[in-house]
Design a protein around this ligand. Structure first.
Ligand code: BV8
Length: 232
């Protein structure tokens, strides 16, 4: 059985990582749509760098939760039959045991050079505009896909969605495209679809089945179910 799992901020909520739309604004009242754009970066690079520096530094104080760990278990059982794509830029899937994680919106622990295009592992701040290890120019920005920018790996994601027998969306509001459109695309190509979310998302009606509750409870239970089926 080929499974595609899409995750959003809700899967990291129980680890203490703020979501975007539950509280009123993610960071000091800034809406992510206002800060996560190239225009915001060009207009106020310092503020945008600080927004991401704060989130990158916060990674040291959070840990994966049972939902991340359950998906690590699922990957060990399904191997290449599982395709995990996340909208999240944290590293909790990796720390929860997933080895193949597709960060369609980039990663906090990576920097992108606007001069030479290098994507480099980066754990420190970028606000002091350090030189790029590739070209030396002080053009490093967060390696994060902002609104209006093209998500990473879309061709590969669409191939996996076309082939999927099951598409599962975990902890996302279904507010942002193209991720919010994956459910209807997968269903059009014959996949069964399941939503695991705290409350009905904006796209709930598109799913064959929707279960509501905390990811830390729903995801381990669902993985046990799938592994029971697969092993049977
Ligand atoms: C693109 C990285 C072209 C940055 C992010 C008008 C109409 C339709 C679309 C558009 C439009 N105008 C513009 C667009 C396109 C735009 C878009 O969709 N805008 C929206 C606002 C309308 N999209 C883009 O610009 C994208 N690019 O379209 O390029 C293209 C398209 C296809 C192919 C080629 C080219 C780029 C968007 C990427 C933006 N970057 N993140 C950063 O992180 O700082 S978006 C960011 O918000 C996330 O990455 C995520 O994608 C998105 C939504 O966040 P969620 O993860 O869903 O989190 P949220 O807080 O919203 O929801 C949390 C959910 O969890 C809730 O449902 C809650 O109930 C639940 N939850 C909470 N606690 C728990 C829980 N669930 C379980 N357990 C819990 N404990």
């Amino acid at each position: 059985m080929r499974v595609v799992v899409l995750t959003g901020a809700g899967i990291s909520a129980e680890s203490g990582v703020p979501t975007f739309r539950d509280a009123d604004g993610l960071w000091e009242g800034h809406r992510v749509e206002d800060v996560a754009t190239p225009e915001a970066y060009d207009a106020q690079p310092q503020l945008v760098q600080e927004f991401y520096d704060a989130r990158r530094a916060a990674l040291a104080h959070v840990a994966p939760n049972p939902a991340h760990e359950a998906l690590g278990r699922l990957e060990r059982a399904l191997g290449d039959d599982l395709f995990l794509v996340t909208q999240n830029i944290d590293d909790l899937h990796e720390r929860g045991g997933s080895q193949h994680v597709h960060h369609m919106h980039g990663e906090l622990r990576s920097a992108l050079c606007r001069a030479c295009g290098s994507r480099v592992a980066w754990d420190g701040p970028l606000v002091d505009f350090p030189g790029c290890p590739g070209c030396g120019l002080t053009e490093l920005r967060p390696d994060v896909v902002w609104f209006g920018e093209v998500p990473y790996g879309m061709d590969e994601i669409l191939v996996h969605l076309q082939r999927a027998d099951l598409f599962v969306s975990i902890g996302t509001s279904g507010a942002v495209y193209p991720a919010a459109g994956f459910v209807t695309f997968a269903a059009r190509h014959g996949a069964r679809t399941l939503e695991l979310n705290l409350v009905p998302s904006e796209g709930s009606a598109f799913f064959d089945e929707a279960r509501h509750g905390p990811a830390g409870v729903l995801v381990p239970a669902w993985v046990d179910e799938v592994l029971g089926e697969v092993m049977a």
